[in-house]
Design a protein around this ligand. Structure first.
Ligand SMILES: Cc1ncc(COP(=O)(O)O)c(C=O)c1O
Length: 489
């Protein structure tokens, strides 16, 4: 059968070649080889040399392809990648024997092989889930940084509950605190000098709760009202009320709040609509918490150094390490910082030191990319990568909405970014998408019918004609999403 004898091989330049197969097959262009030196010597027949050369070429080609595949799919790497020597500020393995080293190499390779998102690979007909702001868009960047963002933690380390017993936040790893301050000095998005205490949390979600606890009056009066301008981040009401605290209670849209005592949550740039926000309430007795999770150059121009009483940040959105579960608060008032620390102590007796060390390494890799003075500046620049991605994705989305004709998006705004020293657009981490079709009252339901999962506007205190769409998923899912959106009429 012809099919049985047909051979396919990939040439060194990546082309697929087919031929009739068989050991004695001649080159398809019909040219004859000149006798080689070996052939002329008479000791090795010419066909053997040709077969050897052909096998060698195919093996080399396969190796090249596998290498390429391993680079673009590092979690499938096998055999294990070589262990990079620990950078000077990482914890080092002590007393490594070669066998131990090999074991560690294997362990690390198998960890690298198992992506833990639980998300299946997407195909053009898959359900595309853009409900959560899972920041996997940044994986492509961190795959390239290698040892710059790696740490190794030996078994005996990070065992104690304590990190810095002399500090207000006694479970703050000093290196994490240093890298937080350094990154803010680099980006100049928030004041983080000695006038601020750094409080670390298991994600900024824990610090949001800690802030509510710390700012609530300690007397036995009514719970204090927690407000935020709608559309507000859907977790604010959910997290505020889920334990039915006697200290605080969700009271909805700040714009319709009447009263003097409140805690106003100000999210800027805002989740879900990307708007730049200021507090809307003004009262001596009122307090504010600024959630600046998205105040980073990939999402928005850095227009001023924020210097609010309590500012919340998270590696989930700044670097994309949501799974590390580390957030930090910059807190002006020492007593408030102490109460927030108390909350974390009562809630989880501190914060994973392993995670803090990893976060410190990741933050230092980001700062190093921009640090002109320390001699450690390298070519991996997170905010450049992030901004490029977000600009590209917003352009794709706007084109898809225009092609469809039934969706609208917030207008693009821009401003001077002091970090990049140029004019930059606002490229929010979420799209606040409105379905303009008269007969569609529930945009999330409409999109669900087309296998696109989003979060309904109703969860943000807004009209269900709106949905929030994550802009932070992987390229493949995002590409399928915009193509599908463009086709909806
Ligand atoms: C505005 C805002 N704050 C906080 C968080 C939660 O951050 P973390 O993952 O650090 O708990 C999110 C996550 O989506 C967010 O959008």
């Amino acid at each position: 059968m012809a099919a049985a004898t047909t051979r396919r091989r990939v040439t060194a330049n990546g082309e697929l070649q087919e031929n009739g197969g068989g050991a004695g097959q001649r080159p398809t262009n019909g040219t004859r080889r000149r006798p080689s030196a070996a052939g002329s010597g008479g000791s090795t027949p010419l066909w053997r040399v040709a077969v050897f050369a052909s096998v060698a070429l195919n093996v080399a080609t396969l190796a090249l392809l596998l290498h390429h595949y391993a680079i673009s799919h590092p979690w499938r790497q096998s055999p294990a990648p070589a262990v990079a020597s620990p950078p000077p500020d990482a914890c080092v393995l002590s007393g490594k024997s070669e066998a131990r080293q090999e074991e560690v190499t294997k362990d690390r390779a198998s960890a690298a092989m198992s992506p833990s998102t639980g998300k299946p690979t997407v195909r053009t007909d898959s359900v595309i889930n853009l409900d959560h702001g899972d920041p996997t868009v940044f994986e492509a960047f961190w795959r390239e940084t290698g040892a710059l963002a790696e740490i190794v933690i030996p078994g005996w380390q990070t065992m104690s509950y304590f990190s810095d017993v002399g500090n207000v936040c006694w479970f703050l790893e000093p290196e994490f605190g240093r890298q937080v301050r350094r990154l803010h000095r680099t980006v100049r998005n928030a004041a983080a000098g000695d006038e601020y205490h750094v409080v670390v949390g298991t994600g900024s979600t824990q610090l949001f709760m800690a802030a509510l606890y710390a700012l609530s009056p300690s007397g036995s009066g009514d719970p204090i009202s927690i407000v935020s301008t709608a559309p507000y981040y859907s977790s604010y009401p959910a997290v505020t009320d889920f334990l039915r605290s006697g200290l605080f209670r969700w009271a909805g849209d700040a714009n319709s709040f009447k009263g003097d005592e409140y805690i106003e949550l100000v999210c800027s740039p805002n989740n879900p609509d990307g708007a730049l926000r200021d507090a809307v309430l003004r009262s001596e007795a009122g307090k504010t918490v600024h959630d600046l999770a998205y105040y980073w150059p990939q999402y928005t121009p850095i227009t001023a150094e924020a210097a609010h009483d309590i500012m919340l940040f998270t590696v989930s959105k700044s670097t994309g390490h949501a799974g590390t579960r580390i957030g930090w608060a910059l807190v002006k008032d020492r007593e408030v910082a102490k109460r927030m620390t108390k909350f974390v102590e009562l809630n989880t007796i501190g914060v994973s030191k392993d995670s803090q060390m990893r976060a410190a390494k990741v933050l230092s890799a980001v700062s190093d990319g921009y640090d002109m003075g320390s001699g450690s500046r390298h070519r991996h620049r997170l905010f450049d990568f992030g901004r490029r991605k977000m600009v590209e994705r917003w352009a794709m989305l706007r084109a898809a909405a225009a092609a469809s004709g039934i969706f609208s998006l917030p207008e693009e705004t821009s401003g001077h970014c002091s970090f990049s020293n140029d004019t930059a657009a606002n490229n929010p981490a979420f799209a606040w998408l409105r379905c303009d079709r008269e007969d569609v009252e529930d945009c999330a339901g409409f999109l669900r019918g087309h296998k696109i999962l989003t979060r309904s506007g109703s969860q943000f205190g807004a009209d269900p004609r709106y949905v929030r769409v994550s802009m932070l998923d992987r390229d493949d899912a995002y590409g399928i999403f915009v193509t599908r959106l463009a086709s909806l009429k």
